[in-house]
Design a protein around this ligand. Structure first.
Ligand code: ZN
Length: 359
């Protein structure tokens, strides 16, 4: 259980499943539940820091010429400069195999967790988990490469618990074009959703699956904004005004999110926090709360949460991993944030927007 001063934090994005999938081994679920001193998120670290749950992303890495998969690209490894091409689209069958493997990992973690982690399909289940001190895991796919053009896989994944989906990760796919990793750069980097991508938005609305805007470029963002009947949500993105990274959101995008009653999960990745976009772990954790502060002005108290990107990105050294979350609570208290605002930022606003989306 978290210490009495820890505030539960519901989180918009982590890549623990990707880390465990790459690790491999029949004992991968155990490695998450017992912890093995690797990565940024496991059950012991979560309990220590008050990480109450969040979106557990399934992300299918691009194969590269060698035997090892590409590293996850919240780090700019995939796009070292303007003009560097993103990896080509994935094959459906390969993406499905990897997606089922990672979804299965989450199922196996739940099976071995003896109630300490539960896959949640509605907000009531998340609330019960928070009350019980169990991790509330929501199944998310980051990039819809595993979804076929008749949406049959989507039906099955939805039944299996999928409640959140990003149409694209940063590489292009059948649904649209994502945003490459560039700084400084506008998020307006190319064409938006394809016709199939627009159909995907309608189907997600029907199934009440959250549509994550985080890796869409600006045109894709506006395509979703125009089509979707759900609140607009970016699960792990920051403010472009503070860090002019292509992955971050402009004031105009933030205004549209507010207008829809949506939410942004503030990302701890140093490249999306810093004004120079550099990969440097020697970045003050205060910058996370600087982004929160600006977002509070632009989105209001009910539109801001957290989206750590644990196990997908380099985060400020002082924060380190999920065990370091009380650092953020401390910074908010030092800046005079009251209990009610801190609780909204940490989980209440996330639950509000999920309730509206999944209703
Ligand atoms: Zn991401």
């Amino acid at each position: 259980m978290p210490s009495s001063r820890a505030v539960p934090i519901f989180d918009g994005h982590n890549d623990a499943l990707l880390r465990l999938w790459k690790r491999g081994g029949a004992d991968a679920p155990r490695a998450f539940l017992d912890g093995e001193g690797k990565g940024q998120l496991d059950l012991p670290k979560a309990q220590q820091g008050g990480f109450a749950g969040g979106m557990f992303a399934v992300f299918v890495p691009s194969p590269r010429s060698g035997p090892r998969p590409e590293p996850k690209g919240e780090t700019p490894a995939l796009d070292t400069g303007p003009g560097t091409p993103l990896p080509p689209p994935l094959e459906l069958a390969a993406a499905q195999a990897a997606t089922f493997a990672m979804a299965s990992l989450l199922v196996r973690i739940e099976r071995e967790a003896a109630g300490r982690l539960r896959i949640c399909r509605d907000v009531a289940e998340i609330r019960r988990c928070i009350k019980d001190g169990a991790i509330a895991a929501v199944l998310h796919i980051e990039g819809a490469e595993a979804i076929d053009d008749k949406f049959e896989t989507l039906d099955v994944l939805h039944r299996a618990g999928l409640r959140s989906l990003g149409p694209v990760w940063s590489r292009p796919n059948a649904f649209g074009h994502g945003v490459p990793f560039r700084c400084p750069s506008s998020p307006d980097t190319g064409p938006g959703l394809t016709e199939l991508g627009q159909e995907l938005v309608r189907v997600c609305n029907r199934l009440k699956i959250l549509i994550d805007l985080s890796h869409l470029n600006e045109k894709g963002f506006w395509d979703v904004a125009k089509l979707s009947d759900a609140p607009l949500v970016a699960t792990h993105s920051n403010a472009h005004a503070l860090s002019p990274h292509s992955r971050n959101l402009t004031d105009k995008q933030l205004a549209a999110i507010r207008e829809s009653g949506g939410l942004v999960g503030v990302n701890y990745a140093v490249s999306f926090l810093r004004s120079d976009g550099r990969q440097d772990s020697d970045t003050p954790a205060e910058l996370v709360i600087d982004h929160v502060e600006l977002m509070l002005k632009l989105l209001g108290e009910d539109g801001v949460g957290f989206g750590s990107d644990f196990d997908g990105a380099m985060v400020p050294k002082r924060l380190g991993n999920a065990a370091g979350l009380p650092v953020l609570i401390e910074i908010m208290r030092t800046r005079g944030y009251g209990k009610s605002l801190i609780e909204k930022l940490c989980y209440r606003s996330w639950l509000r927007v999920l309730e509206k989306t999944w209703r």
